[in-house]
Design a protein around this ligand. Structure first.
Ligand SMILES: [Zn+2]
Length: 470
């Protein structure tokens, strides 16, 4: 075994302990405080890692509380490892405490274990192994710690404006072997103003979904019954609809005088894999589409949503079912709905194949919405990532992966987005090995200690290949 791998084995216990300590910091984004743009928890995680980096003998920098880095080596160019220390909320149903960092059967459990605290610590100890191996460097290495990856990427935007930009790098925030293609990600809203009819059925609200990049598992509507006939019609339609579909709906009659609440239940999933979920919003709207007495403005928006979006996950009816041979099909998710009596809004998350552009997608969509008086607002585009197979970075990472694991390093394409797309010549590289369960953002998230050590070896050798003087 070579010296770098041997060094990693020597640090094994320290690495595991650091991952546990990092998991115990609840670094969910919260309200900003002075010097802490993403709240106290994320700031604490950043400070923990910068302290640790210093103890391990690296130069560190805290970039105004937005992000930070640990640096080692000499040279003009920088090789970057982009990691994040913030986590999504823990949710429910955990077997072990989500912020406990407990070890059971060789696995460290906790929110962020695999996404992305384990890999962040792995990258730092990989740099330590490289340092102790005595390798001569021709480039500097920076482990860059972001703390707003799960929300808006305001951390990395700020960091890259203020700091030198790495000439190449990787982000250990997805899967092994190597992800050289990530779809483009668009988020936007569709909005429409309503004028109530003052007869039939009004809509006090329709609410559902928490985040645009999740499939909503719950949606609720409160309807105002303006005349008795409309109330009877609603009940008849409800009975007919629920008899003929699998949609999980619940009607709570006359919760207040002349008001009905309808609840719809779906199954949550990540916005990059909406086919794994059931969209509660669509379930509810499909029913409302059968109730003719609803205010006409609201009804026409509901009709548009059920006809042009419905349960489709590739955007066929909007004419945006784009596809290419590298990254596959466009993925469409309706993540949030918020209607009141005066206006309605839905939030959409689209992941488009690398050979297309945001403009092509949005132009097609606007052909449909403009006819309906629907406004498109708050469009944000995170363009696709694609690093060709013959890029020097891919060759080096392939070589290292095969050396350490004995496995062939296939290139893969994903619909998710990592920091790799924030700089040129960067790919997502690990930490999840092929065939292992995907537990990011789920309950009972863990990292296997054996995989943690193996990935640290891979990262250490990758940094050696990319930064050393050979
Ligand atoms: Zn992540």
């Amino acid at each position: 075994m070579d010296i770098i791998e041997k060094k990693v084995d020597e640090f094994k216990d320290d690495l595991v302990k650091s991952v546990q300590e990092l998991i115990r910091i609840k670094s969910v984004k919260s309200e900003p405080k002075p010097g802490m743009p993403f709240g106290e928890g994320t700031n604490q995680a950043l400070e923990y890692m910068l302290d640790l980096s210093e103890k391990l003998g690296f130069k560190t920098k805290n970039v105004d509380g937005y992000a930070g880095h640990a640096e080692y080596g000499e040279g003009e160019d920088i090789v970057g490892v982009l990691v994040h220390l913030d986590v999504v909320p823990e949710g429910t149903g955990w077997t072990y405490p989500p912020y406990g960092g407990e070890i059971h059967s060789g696995k460290i459990y906790g929110r962020g274990a695999i996404d992305d605290k384990g890999p962040a610590a792995a990258a730092l100890y990989a740099l330590k192994a490289l340092k102790e191996s005595g390798a001569e460097m021709k480039r500097r290495v920076r482990i860059i710690f972001g703390i707003d990856e799960e929300s808006g990427w305001a951390d990395m935007d700020y960091y890259l404006k203020k700091e030198e930009i790495p000439m190449c790098g990787f982000s250990p925030d997805a899967d092994f072997p190597i992800i050289n293609s990530e779809k483009g990600i668009i988020k936007f809203k569709m909005e429409k103003a309503f004028t109530p009819d003052n007869k039939g059925i009004g809509v006090e609200y329709i609410k559902g979904g928490l985040r645009v990049n999740m499939v909503p598992d719950y949606c609720e509507a409160k309807l105002i019954i303006r005349d008795k006939k409309a109330g009877e019609l609603l009940k008849t339609k409800y009975n007919a609809f629920t008899k003929n579909t699998d949609n999980r709906l619940e009607l709570i009659p006359e919760s207040e005088p002349d008001k009905f609440i309808i609840k719809a239940y779906g199954i949550s999933a990540h916005g990059s894999t909406p086919e794994k979920g059931i969209n509660a919003v669509i379930q509810l709207l499909k029913f409302l589409r059968t109730v003719e007495g609803i205010d006409s403005d609201v009804f026409s928006f509901i009709s548009f949503i059920t006809e042009k979006i419905g349960t489709e996950v590739n955007g066929e009816s909007l004419g945006i079912d784009f596809e290419d041979e590298i990254s596959g099909k466009l993925i469409f998710n309706l993540g949030v709905i918020d209607f009141d009596e005066k206006q309605g809004m839905i939030e959409i998350n689209i992941r488009y194949p690398i050979k297309f552009t945001c403009e092509e997608v949005m132009t097609k969509i606007k052909e449909h919405t403009s006819k309906e008086g629907i406004q498109i607002t708050d469009v944000s585009d995170n363009p696709p990532l694609y690093v060709p197979e013959d890029n020097f970075l891919i060759n080096k990472l392939k070589k290292v992966y095969t050396e350490v694991t004995g496995q062939k390093a296939e290139l893969i394409s994903i619909g998710g987005g990592t920091y790799a797309r924030a700089i040129e010549n960067a790919v997502a590289f690990g930490p999840l090995f092929p065939g292992k369960p995907e537990l990011a953002h789920e309950k009972d998230e863990y990292i296997e200690i054996e995989d943690l050590i193996l990935s640290t070896k891979i990262y250490a050798k990758a940094l050696f290949e990319l930064a050393s003087n050979i």
